[in-house]
Design a protein around this ligand. Sequence first.
Ligand code: FES
Ligand code: FES
Length: 149
Amino acid sequence: MVLHVNGEKHEVAVEPDVALLTVLRDHLDLTGSKYGCGEGACGACTVLINGNTAHSCNTPVSSVAGKEIITIEGVEKSEKLAALQKAFMATDVFQCSYCASGMIMAAAALLKKNPAPSEEAIAQAMNGNICRCGTYPYIIKAIKLASGL
Ligand code: FES
Ligand code: FES
């Protein structure tokens, strides 16, 4: 099947029910999306599918064939998303960074829908993304910063 990832076409020969995360990491060498819980509960594997967040760990690859998939590796290709990534770096958000790519992808989807979110809206939108290091106040700060860019 053909996948459109970060603006490039990839032909992959995999079973249709294999998780998108497995294909990204093991077949396309895009290891920025992380495996956390494997069951849609932590957000570490978050990617954008046609602009909306999706947990790639429990998304069958066949369901996203032909759709626009953006991973953290694609962020630098978009000026807007790169600015968001810079805001996270400028705020010095992360400790271990395991949650980082999922957080940035979720924040990207939020800012696309709501370019100037309140703290409450940010907290609500980021609710599905878990940071084991507890960096939540900094995540909110970084998204506020990015929303002004
Ligand atoms: S690894 Fe996908 S939601 Fe946790
Ligand atoms: S910075 Fe460690 S899990 Fe978020």
